[in-house]
Every structure is written in structure tokens, then in C-alpha cells.
Design a binder for this molecule. Structure first.
Ligand code: HEC
Ligand code: HEC
Length: 220
């Protein structure tokens, strides 16, 4: 290669990659604003509540924080809003064994915080954080067990050591319940236990509810 070709190679090469960089930067600038919904006054106030009570001292959010407690980035997408609000106001009223203390938020603060958590759950984070590994363990399940997994009951319940702690451990739930009553409870918990914090699954068909309760009754 002559000296002149090498020089041209260098100059045109640099120009080419500089243009690639410019195009990619513009593309990113166009996409960024679309990745998050608008920030309302409630969302803004909710973020301040998040800092006031040092939630980040125990939880992670958007990749920041401590690993003592579950990630909050899309918690509002995973669990019903009423449930989360009740939990934030008084964790032990929902689960007597909760490790999260009652922090003393008022109603308004809890509402703002929910607005903030709903906002973070709608931000396009390229699917961060990754799904827990148990989502992959979806093999050879009975119909009822498949429903248990599809409905994400494990977000709140443990079976055989796997799952969340917001609701009671279901590993030995079988002997505690009768089939018909359990089906009714799953459809609408409040019809069996007043003020139950468990969400209802009335969107499931009667057959699905029956299969689900058959599965739970085998757990002993
Ligand atoms: C001292 C540590 C600690 C602090 C501070 C804390 N949490 Fe928690 N939080 C936990 C733990 C641990 C859990 C898991 C459930 C349990 O055992 O209590 C949890 C669970 C939750 C849940 C339920 C998650 C789920 O998937 O069911 C929500 C929502 C939540 N925390 C929100 C908050 C918010 C909002 C704040 C700040 C106002 C906060 N937490 C402050 C420790 C903490
Ligand atoms: C958002 C959290 C949450 C989800 C999701 C959830 N539960 Fe629950 N569940 C609870 C809480 C809290 C309780 C305790 C309150 C009560 O007993 O009514 C509970 C109670 C129960 C009980 C009674 C436990 C006992 O000791 O008698 C059963 C059975 C149960 N859930 C099954 C399920 C099944 C099956 C699913 C999925 C279809 C599910 N839950 C989804 C929170 C949840």
C-alpha cells in the first residue's frame, strides 16, 4: 500500500465511522423520550417519598439500591395496586412475618408512591430486571400447577422453598382446606375471609379454578 492510499484510507475511514456515530446518536435521541411516560406532579412527589423513607436502603430500583429486599422497578406491573398500597402502609397487616417494617407513611404519601412505582413500571428498561429463574421451570406440570405458574401465584406464595413471601407459604396447604371452599376462596377471597389481602381470580373459568384447587389440595 502506497503512502497516499494509506492516508486516504485513514481519512475516509474516519469520516465514515464519524457519520455512523452521528446517525446512531440521533437515533438514540429520538427514542429516549418515548421510553418513559410523562412525569406528573404525583410521580415527582412519589419519588421524594421514596427517598424520605429510604426505601432504597433495602430495595433496588432501576438498578440502584440494596439487595436486602425485592426489586421495585416493575412491582406495579406484577401485583395489584390495592395490595401494594396496603402493604406499603402496613406490611405486617398483610403478612405477619413480613421483614419490612411499618414506616409510617400517610395515605397521600402512599398514593404518590404508587404513582411513582406505576411510572417506573411503564418505563421501557429493555426488560430489566430479568425474570426470576423459576419462570423457566415450567415443565411437566399438571393443569392446576400450570395455572398456578401462569397466574404468577409464586409472586406472593412459596411452594417447596420457591416464591415470594407476601402471602402465606403454601407448601403444606392441602389438609387445611376443603375443595369447594377453596375454589370459592380463589375466585373471591373476601367471600370466605373478610378483609382478605389476597387478590381474587374471578377471571378464571370454573374448570380452571377447580383444577387449581385440586393442585393445591395435593400439597401436603
Ligand atoms: C428495612 C428494609 C426495608 C425498607 C426500608 C423498605 N422495605 Fe419494602 N420490603 C422489605 C422486605 C424484606 C420485603 C419483602 C417482604 C417482606 O418480607 O416484608 C419488602 C416488600 C415490599 C413490597 C412488596 C413487594 C412484593 O413483591 O410483594 C413493596 C411494595 C415494598 N416493599 C415497598 C417499599 C417502599 C415503597 C418502601 C419505602 C417507603 C420500602 N418498601 C421500604 C424491606 C424494606
Ligand atoms: C398479590 C399477592 C398474592 C397473589 C398474586 C396471590 N396471593 Fe394467595 N394470598 C395472599 C395473601 C396476602 C394471603 C393471606 C390473606 C388471606 O388469608 O386471605 C393469601 C392467601 C392464600 C391462600 C390461603 C392460605 C391459608 O393459609 O389458608 C391460598 C390457598 C392462596 N392464597 C392461593 C393463591 C393462589 C393459588 C394464587 C394464584 C392463583 C394466589 N394465592 C395469588 C396474596 C397473594
Amino acid at each position: 500500500m502506497s503512502k497516499k492510499t494509506a492516508k486516504n484510507f485513514f481519512i475516509y475511514g474516519s469520516i465514515f465511522f464519524f457519520l455512523v456515530l452521528v446517525v446512531l446518536t440521533i437515533d438514540t435521541m429520538i427514542r429516549v423520550p418515548k421510553r418513559a411516560p410523562v412525569i406528573t406532579a404525583e410521580v415527582d412527589a412519589g419519588k421524594k417519598v421514596w427517598h424520605k423513607y429510604d426505601c432504597i436502603g433495602c430495595h433496588t430500583i432501576m438498578g440502584n439500591g440494596s439487595y436486602f429486599a425485592p426489586d421495585m422497578t416493575n412491582v406495579a406491573g406484577r401485583k395489584p395496586k390495592d395490595f401494594l398500597k396496603k402493604f406499603i402502609l402496613d406490611p405486617r397487616a398483610i403478612n405477619p412475618k413480613a421483614a419490612m417494617p411499618k414506616l409510617g407513611l400517610n395515605e397521600k404519601e402512599a398514593d404518590n408512591l404508587m404513582a411513582f412505582l406505576e411510572w417506573t413500571s411503564k418505563v421501557d428498561t429493555n426488560k430489566w430486571p430479568p425474570k426470576p429463574v423459576l419462570a423457566a421451570a415450567r415443565k411437566e406440570a399438571s393443569t392446576g400447577q400450570a395455572i398456578y405458574q401462569n397466574q404468577n401465584c409464586a409472586a406472593c406464595h412459596i411452594v417447596g422453598g420457591i416464591g415470594g413471601t407476601a402471602g402465606p407459604d403454601l407448601t403444606r396447604i392441602g389438609p387445611k382446606w376443603k375443595s369447594e371452599e377453596l375454589t370459592r376462596y380463589l375466585k373471591n377471597p373476601a367471600s370466605v375471609k373478610t378483609a382478605s389481602a389476597m387478590p381474587g381470580f374471578a377471571h378464571l373459568s370454573e374448570q380452571e379454578l377447580k383444577d387449581l384447587s385440586d393442585y393445591l389440595l395435593t400439597l401436603q
